[in-house]
Design a protein around this ligand. Structure first.
Ligand SMILES: [Zn+2]
Length: 491
């Protein structure tokens, strides 16, 4: 099977190849059992398209408007060596040292099933039997997911941190059709070189030209090399036994149950060792970042209650927050530069904590027609959600004054805040849809009213729970007054 010529992409209408996807005027839907595999597949398809087309920004704009013809795709393939994209070669370098390889079941390649070795480590789904056998078409997708999305910590001491950093968040563009989505996340070579200010860098794929040394310098890594950057030597053993693939659900004559891996010994600029050694961050197109005086870091979701909408404004427009500069992923900057209008922003990733995966994010946000013109509105709506959260916290802080154990109060507080944050997300998302059409002051008023109602509702549920415990109830009643005053405090 070859990823650039064969039908390995699972859709609701059976398997298709990249040429069909890019050149047919038909809206295929991906079909994979896990949404994180779906996300990895979108990243992989756009990276493959970048490799095949190597478009300039103007060419990419053209493809987005008029599509791509079969002969254009064929002509692009003619210029390439296809061997590295055979499934027996793709992203599989072979170790030349004598360290022994670790073997693991394929379930480990689906983020979140298996985790680290620390005592607190736990998986998102503990049932590893959900993924036991996969087909050869899905092995490259899971391998790509390992290298780009899975935190090295999830493999304990044998884990490695890849070019994107550990457990980073992904932000990509989602359009009306799969073809448009893949093209919207294809990277223009001239634009990428321009935003990073580097021209002559190595574009050889790492499984044909492995990196060497202890530091993998960002400025030496070209776009094609970085999009498929490796952190492990890896191998999949194929068995001649038929299976129904646990990833795509299709039947196959060949099955894969395990893989072997060995981590690379050098460090990318995404790691502490790499940063300290001066390897520098490689601007992965799908990774939003935070710049501080200590360096550049990927945005990673943290903690059970973490909600992606809080960072929404910074994923699409550069913003200064607490002396840190939030920088949108290059693919988002590129899309804004193309001025291709309305789209959805897909935010995805795993929330990992000490080797545990405690949550998953796969959220779509409707973005207005002219993002840059309307960004003040998006920002203000998000700020409203966070302002109300701060007031809710102030109200809950009244519980600290009545002599309860601090841990106990922290627990109650966290639960209420998490519930508010999850519900606030729906309100914010709902309001964002209208961001083009409504007056800013109206929207802000509407946001505050709805968020306040939400916060009060959750808070009053808590009060009902404690109505027979007088000191607690009294403390909460003081807090309720703070919450009820929201409109006067913040407008
Ligand atoms: Zn499969």
């Amino acid at each position: 099977m070859n990823l650039l010529t064969d039908q390995f992409i699972s859709t609701t209408e059976g398997k298709i190849d990249l040429k069909q996807l890019l050149t047919q005027d038909h809206n295929y839907q991906l079909q994979y059992g896990f949404d994180e595999v779906q996300l990895a597949m979108l990243q992989l398809l756009s990276s493959l398209t970048t490799f095949v087309l190597k478009p300039t920004l103007n060419e990419l704009k053209e493809y987005l408007s008029t599509g791509l013809s079969p002969s254009q795709y064929e002509a692009a393939l003619q210029k390439l060596d296809l061997t590295p994209f055979d499934d027996d070669h793709f992203m599989q370098s072979v170790s030349t040292d004598d360290r022994s390889l670790a073997t693991a079941p394929v379930a480990k390649l689906v983020s979140g099933i298996e985790c680290g070795t620390s005592v607190t480590a736990s998986g998102l789904f503990s049932d590893t039997s959900r993924v036991e056998r996969i087909c050869p078409d899905c092995a490259p997708i899971l391998n790509y997911n390992l290298h780009m999305n899975i935190k090295g910590e999830c493999f304990g001491p044998t884990g490695a941190t890849g070019i994107r950093g550990g457990g980073s968040l992904t932000t990509i563009i989602s359009k009306a059709t799969l073809r448009q989505t893949v093209l919207a996340n294809t990277i223009a070579v001239d634009y990428f070189d321009e935003i990073r200010g580097v021209k002559d860098s190595n574009n050889e794929l790492m499984w044909t030209d492995p990196p060497s040394g202890t530091l993998y310098y960002g400025h030496q890594i070209g776009l094609m090399r970085g999009l498929f950057a490796l952190a492990y030597h890896i191998n999949f053993e194929k068995h001649g036994e038929p299976c129904i693939c646990d990833i795509c659900g299709q039947t196959s004559d060949i099955s894969i149950t395990d893989f072997t891996r060995l981590k690379y010994l050098g460090h990318y600029g995404s790691t502490k060792n790499g940063r300290d050694g001066g390897a520098q961050w490689w601007p992965h197109p799908y990774t939003p970042t935070i710049k501080t005086t200590e360096g550049t870091f990927q945005v990673s979701p943290k903690g059970d209650g973490w909600q992606s909408w809080q960072g929404l404004a910074s994923y699409i427009v550069s913003r200064q927050i607490d002396e840190k500069k939030a920088v949108p992923a290059p693919v988002i900057q590129q899309y804004t530069a193309m001025r291709k209008g309305h789209a959805y922003l897909l935010v995805g990733g795993n929330i990992a904590d000490q080797g545990s995966v405690v949550g998953r994010i796969y959220e779509l946000y409707a973005m207005p027609q002219h993002w840059d013109d309307r960004m003040d509105r998006v920002t203000k709506l998000i700020d409203a959600g966070i302002d109300v959260k701060h007031i809710l916290v102030q109200a809950l802080n009244k519980l600290y004054g009545i002599g309860y154990d601090k841990k106990f109060v922290n627990g109650i507080k966290q639960q209420v805040v998490d519930q508010y944050m999850a519900n606030a997300q729906f309100i914010i998302q709902d309001l964002l849809v209208d961001v083009d059409r409504k007056e800013l002051s109206n929207m802000r008023q509407q946001a505050f009213t709805r968020l306040q109602t939400q916060a009060l509702k959750i808070y009053r549920q808590l009060m009902r729970k404690y109505q027979n415990q007088l000191p607690t109830f009294k403390a909460l009643a003081k807090g309720e007054r703070i919450l009820a005053r929201i409109s006067k405090v913040t407008m």
